[in-house]
Write a protein that binds this ligand. Structure first.
Ligand SMILES: [Fe+2]
Ligand SMILES: [Fe+2]
Length: 158
């Protein structure tokens, strides 16, 4: 699969989970919230991992003109990784829980919009179809190596 298509599929999965959280947050039990947010944490940590370990470095070396966007994206991942680590250990019945998840959603949506609208189209042009398919295969295979802890992401430490 084309790497950009794969990343956009992940974005869609996550946005579905976000909508589910928004719809159920006032009625869901703490246990149901825990389960849903754990799923969000896992999806986002895995997605950030394959971007940071494969896609972003490839873009920086093969399309240096896009480096500035990649650097900004890593800083956005940094913020998201720390938010993920907080919601991962926070009790869903804590009064700050929904607020933290909401801020997480806002951050991710801003980030995804920039990726999809501002720089992924430039990557497609610069790297071409064959290279994107190679990267897609590499990223699909790397998902199983993703850490469970968001703070183990490279961006969390940068
Ligand atoms: Fe990203
Ligand atoms: Fe992404």
């Amino acid at each position: 699969m084309d790497g950009i298509v794969l990343l956009k599929e992940d974005h869609k999965t996550v946005s579905g989970l976000f909508r589910e959280f928004e719809k159920s947050k006032d009625s869901a039990t703490p246990a149901a919230k825990r389960k849903l947010v754990d799923k969000i944490v896992k999806e986002l940590t895995t997605h950030a991992y394959i971007e940071e370990s494969i896609f972003y470095p490839a873009v920086r070396s093969e399309a240096p003109d896009i480096s500035e966007h990649v650097l900004e994206s890593v800083e956005e991942h940094h913020v998201v990784a720390w938010l993920l680590s907080e919601v991962k250990k926070l009790d869903p019945s804590d009064e700050t829980f929904d607020a933290k998840v909401t801020v997480l959603i806002e951050n991710v949506e801003h980030h995804v919009k920039e990726e999809e609208e501002e720089w992924f189209p430039q990557v497609r042009k610069a790297l071409g179809r064959n290279r994107l398919i190679e990267l897609g295969e590499e990223m699909a295979a790397a998902k199983k190596d993703a850490p469970a802890d968001p703070l183990a992401l490279m961006s969390a430490k940068s």
